[in-house]
Write a protein that binds this ligand. Structure first.
Ligand SMILES: [Zn+2]
Length: 62
């Protein structure tokens, strides 16, 4: 898979269906074939970046 934000393939696996992009430092999670993107804020909370991407760009195919 590659990052929908930066197209990097430098993706680290955190857990099942949960990944991290080492290039742009966002978290990625997979659900029902769609990639959900989250940015970790300074206070440790997660904010969704999904609004930035077209759903077609987030659809994950093996
Ligand atoms: Zn990225």
């Amino acid at each position: 898979m590659k990052c929908p934000n930066c197209s990097s393939k430098n993706i680290g696996k955190i857990s099942v269906n949960h990944f991290y992009c080492w290039n742009c430092f966002i978290e990625l999670s997979l659900s029902d074939g769609v990639i959900y993107t989250h940015q970790v804020e300074e206070d440790g909370s997660l904010s969704s970046l999904d609004d930035l991407f077209d759903e077609n760009d987030r659809r994950f195919t093996l």
